[in-house]
Design a protein around this ligand. Structure first.
Ligand code: KIV
Ligand code: ZN
Length: 496
């Protein structure tokens, strides 16, 4: 079996998706989870693009031990230098150089001739190689490029020192058969076992995963993808779908990955928590309906033998079971044991915080399930140092009166209380908070969903607020939806 390397670009290409901006702390948190998932390569950012991207690449480089950490660069010396500087603490650094090769990009975007592009590839790949042994080269819009020119460019990149050749379907235009042929052709032309052939497919026609898997069949041994398929426009190929495709059809693909599939669900959920982008229920592998059977005939079949309608099991993906696991009388030891079973090894400080949240939840909720515990732990994981802490709230609301809220916050050492009226109790609470915080904050989006079933379910609120620092996502959990809303709003404000 070949090893198919998973190159995760959630922190770079994924973050380019609207509404998916992550701060440095969130990127580091996600990078740690990606390492636990077992990805081979983490593209942490595009170091020259902003100070924050530089910081993210540099912070991720400091904490990641096993995976290769990558920074993207154009074929420009300053880009390469900046990336290399950001990667200086990485155990396994990689420089990822790219330039477009299709005529349409050359004419309208780069305004360069083919000869100029070829020359830049030779010069800059060779320069990158003097800094870093691991150099990847991508020909942007490869699938719409002239084949002869594309092959010449890849050969030049290899001769100049690139050890990974990436073939992007940048605009999601190719069909799986075309990607199969393209990869076969390039592989044959390069004809060098020491060079890794990689693919990078976008999902504009909903074919990204199919194109990626067809490329693996054709001989690609690195696949570029993102968690939940987030990315530019319709997104990138979804990591979890590729991995489970390879896992479920290992014989067919003659390949396996280093991924610990039991970490897939957690990784998907963490990303959704950080970005506030909900996972659609019908999303393959990680969607809420991916393993539920509604029709009687299906249920009957699954009860007799799960293989009748299930080609993989939810436990393989690490989806927690929604049954009662702990309660009011469970001690810290039992809680810690449960966390370990779920795969969480928390520091003493984080364990204490999670246990306190668990105890508070037990006072409100009779049956605490694995899903609740997952939600509590991920809430604590994304909690920032708090400038504003919520103490209490009182609301007065109804369909015949104007909603009023009284919110009390701890600001440093001081308790501040404000009253506001609003269009409903949530709006009134947010207005009261705005009076305390005194910042220009606009609520752009508000969603609420329940973590589990039942009348005492935890409600999860995600808000997106706009401030002068851009769009920020906040998240709050509680069995009381007004409290969850306040927590989400304050979480976003604390991030600002
Ligand atoms: O889609 C693309 O072509 C890219 C390259 C930079 C690899 O993201
Ligand atoms: Zn891309």
């Amino acid at each position: 079996m070949r090893i198919i390397k998973i190159f995760d670009t959630t922190l770079r290409d994924g973050e380019q998706a609207p509404g998916c901006t992550m701060n440095v702390k969130e990127k580091v948190e996600l990078a740690r989870q990606l390492e636990a998932l077992g990805v081979d390569v983490i593209e942490a950012g595009f170091a020259i693009s902003s100070e924050k991207d530089f910081e993210a690449v540099s912070e991720v480089s400091k904490v990641i031990q096993k995976a290769t950490v990558v920074s993207l660069c154009r074929l420009v010396k300053e880009d390469i230098d900046r990336s290399f500087e950001a990667l200086k603490d990485a155990a396994h650094p990689r420089l990822h150089l790219f330039i477009a090769t299709s005529d349409i990009h050359l004419e309208y975007k780069l305004q360069m001739t083919r000869e100029q592009v070829l020359q830049a590839v030779k010069e800059q790949v060779a320069y990158a190689k003097t800094l870093c042994d691991d150099v990847e080269f991508s020909a942007e819009d490869a699938s719409r490029s002239d084949r002869t020119f594309l092959t010449t460019v890849y050969q030049a990149a290899v001769e100049s020192g690139a050890t990974v050749i990436n073939i992007p379907d940048t605009v999601g235009y190719a069909t799986p058969q075309e990607m199969y042929e393209l990869v076969s052709e390039i592989k044959q032309a390069i004809h060098n076992e020491a060079v890794t052939i990689s693919v990078h497919c976008h999902n504009d026609l909903g074919l990204a995963v199919a194109c990626t898997l067809a490329s693996v069949k054709a001989g690609a041994t690195q696949v570029e993808c993102t968690v939940n398929g987030i990315g530019e426009r319709a997104g990138n190929a979804a990591l979890e779908e590729i991995v489970m495709g390879l896992d479920t059809r290992a014989e067919y693909f003659q390949g396996k990955t280093h991924i610990n599939t039991k970490q897939i669900y957690r990784t998907s959920k963490l990303l959704s928590t950080i970005t506030g982008i909900a996972i659609p229920p019908n999303k393959p592998i990680v969607g809420a309906n991916a393993f539920s059977h509604e029709s009687g005939i299906h249920q009957h079949g699954v009860m007799r033998n799960a293989n009748t309608y299930e080609i993989m099991s939810s436990s393989q993906i690490g989806i927690p079971q929604n049954k009662m696991v702990l309660g009011k009388h469970s001690g810290k030891h039992a809680f810690q044991e449960r966390l370990l079973t779920l795969g969480y090894l928390l520091s003493d400080h984080d364990l204490q915080k999670a246990f306190e949240s668990f105890k508070k939840l037990c006072d409100k909720k009779k049956n605490v399930t694995d899903k609740d515990i997952e939600a509590l732990v991920s809430e604590n994981a994304t909690t920032m140092q708090k400038a504003y802490e919520y103490i209490s709230f009182v609301i007065n609301s109804g369909n015949t009166i104007t909603s009023t809220a009284n919110v009390k916050l701890l600001v440093g050492e001081e308790e501040i209380e404000k009253v506001a009226v609003g269009d409903g109790p949530v709006d009134a609470c947010f207005r009261a908070i705005n009076k305390i915080v005194k910042k220009e904050i606009h609520l752009e989006n508000y969603t609420i969903q329940s973590v589990t079933d039942g009348v005492d379910a935890l409600g999860e609120v995600v808000v997106k607020v706009r401030s002068k620092h851009g769009m920020i996502t906040g998240r709050g959990l509680s069995t009381d939806i007004i409290e969850a809303s306040i927590k989400a709003y304050l979480n976003a404000i604390n991030k600002i």
